[in-house]
Design a protein around this ligand. Structure first.
Ligand code: 1PR
Length: 546
């Protein structure tokens, strides 16, 4: 098999890229020192995180000139995400670091006044300069997975480059760019389903231009127009009483069968179910380890193997939550949350989701007078891997009050009064899977974790969990109003119309379903088709194989 040299100087989920490269028929060799670039035939340079950190790492390891020389040699070179950004002259993200200067121009931060930043999700890469052929397999009506806060907006400084663009709000920016032997994508082809694998395959085979065939010829102007709303499948995983790792699902966080002595509900095997949801068109798959695996050495955490297996065949983003905190290992040693997160990223996770530990960190943040500590799991992981890699999973519960004056917490007037006719409620944060309530409202929590560097909120709702009665729209609006980072609505989805409702009636960035998919009541595909029929912009994977 032909080889690809991979330059991995930046932290992140490299395993998925390796899996994707192998899937399209190539083997990976690592660039271990700058001299390896002299003999490499084709190079891919992926990157996540901070532009300045990326450039200083490259420079400290002596890669800047060898990389420029490789690119000048005319051999195929591909940059991905920050690996693309590094090709530009510079980025606002770090005024003190120059880029490689292969492409002119400077990256700018997205305007967050009217939209969530980071830009996370599925967007287009529609070629502007080439319209009658496909550039490296890009399809005008396909969607690709992006996750970034800085972008190269379209100015006229890109003359001579073939450019494919995406739109976010009213900003049009570079989604992919190419000239000669250089090809770079802001999106992650290894996380963009079969459409992304096709791009990787075309680059590696050096099929720069190909005739537009099949679906590629069907240009859907609407579909080119921006970020889709994401539909996420979530798998709550734990060991059952027989010691097997199972996907489970309860209601209001009770996952045992209702009969006396009921065991943990077993709805299937995590890897198989994730695979099915990917094939059905899920935009992301989230695993939540809902009980810590007791007496298990950290190195053997069962979810590490679940991720390794899943990332071989599931080419959309994977999130892992549950137990991301500093822990004492079975041998008595302390393992930091950052080390645990690193193990998960290396095993194929793109994001980690932090629950209980985030609540404790937020309490300490306010106790210090809204000062950052620098040492929390959220801060450490987001500094090392970028904000986009840190999700905070929130488990709020409604506390009804007769009037706002009855509590110091932020209340909302609810259209669904409490058991005694109370017209107000506040959303109390909980820890340990809802077992313990804390004296903090959800708005306080999400503001604190945004300040610490969380990139996304996974917004559960204990009252709605497993009820099939639709999302808590009041909660979602309250949280969307409190933060600028994207929000994933969760808990209560029972049918496709609940997804339409949450997307039409709130500005949530994504919506997550669990029980309705696990029990086979509806498929992800049915939800997507329903949303598309209602005129909502969703990604519909048309390819099924590469
Ligand atoms: O506190 O960092 O160790 O993380 C624990 C994680 O496990 C948290 O993200 C917490 O939400 C989750 N969790 C803990 N206990 C349970 C439980 O169910 N007993 N599950 C639990 C939370 C919420 C969603 C669920 C949606 C949608 N589950 O995952 O899938 O509510 O369900 P639906 O569509 O069927 O209504 P830490």
């Amino acid at each position: 098999m032909p080889t690809v040299h991979l330059l991995d100087t930046v932290a992140g989920n490299i395993r998925s890229l390796v899996n994707a490269i192998e899937r399209v028929g190539y083997t990976v060799e690592w660039v271990k020192s700058p001299s390896d670039l002299e003999t490499a035939e084709r190079v891919i340079f992926p990157g996540v995180g901070h532009f300045g950190h990326c450039m200083s790492t490259l420079s400290a390891a002596g890669y800047v000139e060898p990389l420029q020389a490789f690119i000048a040699s005319g051999k195929p070179f591909m940059g991905i995400c920050v690996g693309m950004q590094a090709l530009f002259a510079g980025s606002e993200e770090s005024a003190t670091h120059a880029g490689l200067g292969v492409i002119p121009g400077t990256l700018r931060l997205f305007d967050s006044a009217t939209k969530s930043v980071p830009h996370i999700g599925w967007n287009s890469a529609a070629t502007r300069t080439i319209t009658d052929e496909s550039l490296f397999g890009l399809k005008r009506n396909a969607k690709y997975y992006y996750v970034h806060s800085y972008a190269k907006q379209i100015d006229n400084d890109l003359d001579g480059w073939d450019v494919a663009t995406a739109k976010y709000g009213d900003e049009e920016f570079v989604g992919a760019i190419s000239k000669g032997n250089v090809f770079a994508t802001q999106f992650h082809p290894e996380k963009s389903g079969y459409a992304g694998l096709a791009v990787l395959k075309a680059f590696l085979a050096q099929q720069r231009l190909a005739p537009l065939v099949g679906t590629a010829t069907r240009v859907n102007e609407d579909a080119e127009g921006g970020l889709t709303r994401r539909v996420i499948a979530c798998l709550d995983v734990r060991t059952n009483d027989a010691g097997d790792l199972v996907v489970t699902k309860g209601d209001q966080y009770d996952v045992r069968e209702k009969a006396a002595g009921g065991g943990v509900r077993n709805l299937g095997k995590p890897v198989e179910m994730a695979q099915k949801y990917f094939e059905d068109g899920a935009d992301e798959v989230t695993f939540l380890n809902i009980t810590s695996f007791r007496n298990c050495p950290v190195q053997d955490l069962p979810m590490l193997e679940v991720l390794r297996q899943t990332s071989k065949t599931v080419f959309v983003p994977l999130t892992i939550g549950g137990g991301i905190r500093d822990v004492i290992d079975t041998d008595g040693s302390t393992v930091s949350a950052l080390q645990i997160a690193t193990m998960y990223f290396k095993s194929g996770a793109d994001k980690v989701s932090i629950g209980s530990d985030a609540v404790t960190a937020a309490e300490e943040y306010y106790a210090r007078g809204s000062q950052l500590a620098g040492s929390t799991a959220i801060e450490q992981i987001s500094q090392a891997y970028g904000n986009q890699a840190v999700v905070v999973s929130v488990d709020p519960r409604r506390i009804y009050v007769a009037a706002p004056s009855a509590t110091a917490r932020t209340t909302i007037k609810t259209a669904f009064p409490g058991p005694n006719g109370e017209e107000y409620c506040w959303y109390q944060c909980t820890i340990k899977g809802g077992r313990e309530g804390r004296d903090m409202d959800v708005q306080q929590l999400v503001k604190a974790v945004e300040a610490m560097g969380a990139g996304e909120i996974l917004l559960n709702c204990i009252d709605k969990d497993g009820t099939n009665s639709g999302f808590d729209l009041e909660l979602i609006r309250a949280v969307k109003n409190a933060v600028r980072i994207p929000v994933i609505a969760s808990s209560g989805a029972g049918n496709p119309d609940h997804f339409r409702e949450v997307f039409e009636e709130t500005t949530t960035d994504a919506a997550l379903g669990a029980g309705m998919f696990h029990r086979g009541e509806y498929t992800v595909k049915q939800v997507k088709e329903f949303l598309a029929d209602k005129g909502l912009l969703v990604r519909n994977e048309e390819d099924t194989e590469v």
